[in-house]
Design a protein around this ligand. Structure first.
Ligand SMILES: [Zn+2]
Length: 247
């Protein structure tokens, strides 16, 4: 009986069992012939065994090839890229990607209004482990939600924040097993559709890309962070104009 092994090791083991079985049978017939058995009888028994061995190895070789091809197809289909065209679905996907990350979270752009997403990042950064958080702020302003989030994490060694004054790159989220690319929307800041790419090669490409952008971006202090925040800037201007009126 030919059994289909679950993995390569199983196939190898069952092959060795068959080889040992066939060799023992051939030896048995050989000794039988030495003890005075007829040569015809020896070849009569041994030839079918040799043929059986050849057929066995052909079949198991084919099965092993089929198994490898089948696993490849399954792997590719389980990890295919997806297109999301719903704001809530996109939020859920981004939060899930962050919660699943263990090695790194790299991101450009904001999503300052999404508290759950930012707090999911905070939990990951503050949890025990080796996760690194890379963030490149893009453009000439951020919103207060992102300001508070970054100020909270600013002093942690596993947090790397820089600022790139040009807002040309768009939003990118990269974790060790997927890339999420929110697509441009006619309404500023209202991302609704995105491409989700769970390919290790694409992850590697975007990881290198974000690190390159990070390298070109400027370091910034906590004060710089506050100066980029439009709500804090407006509040500061309101206070200073009140002081001028009082004078
Ligand atoms: Zn602020």
């Amino acid at each position: 009986m030919v059994c289909i092994p679950k993995q390569g090791g199983g196939l190898l083991e069952s092959r060795w069992q068959v080889i040992v079985g066939l060799v023992l049978m051939i030896l048995f017939e050989f000794f039988n012939w030495l003890m005075g058995g007829a040569l015809d009888k020896f070849t009569f028994f041994v030839m079918p065994l040799v043929l059986l061995a050849v057929v066995y190895f052909l079949v198991t070789g084919e099965l092993a090839r089929f198994e490898r091809r089948f696993s490849g197809i399954l792997r590719n289909h389980l990890r295919e890229e997806r297109f999301v065209n719903d704001a809530n679905r996109l939020r859920v996907e981004m939060i899930a990607a962050v919660r699943k990350a263990d090695k790194f979270i790299m991101t450009t752009g904001g999503r300052a209004r999404d508290e759950e997403y930012l707090s999911a990042i905070e939990k990951k950064v503050l949890a025990p482990g080796d996760l690194e958080y890379w963030r490149v702020i893009l453009g000439d302003h951020i919103h207060h939600g992102l300001h508070i989030h970054l100020a909270k994490l600013y002093n942690y060694n596993n947090v790397h924040i820089r600022w790139h004054k040009e807002e040309i790159l768009g939003n990118i989220l990269v974790t060790e097993d997927q890339v999420i690319l929110p697509l441009a929307s006619p309404t500023p800041g209202a991302f609704k559709s995105a491409l989700i790419l769970p390919s290790i090669q694409i992850v590697q490409n975007y990881k290198e890309f974000v690190l390159k952008v990070f390298g070109e971006a400027e370091e910034l202090s906590l004060q710089d962070l506050g100066a980029l925040c439009i709500e804090c800037r407006a509040e500061k201007e309101r206070k200073s104009s009140n002081v001028r009126v009082d004078l």
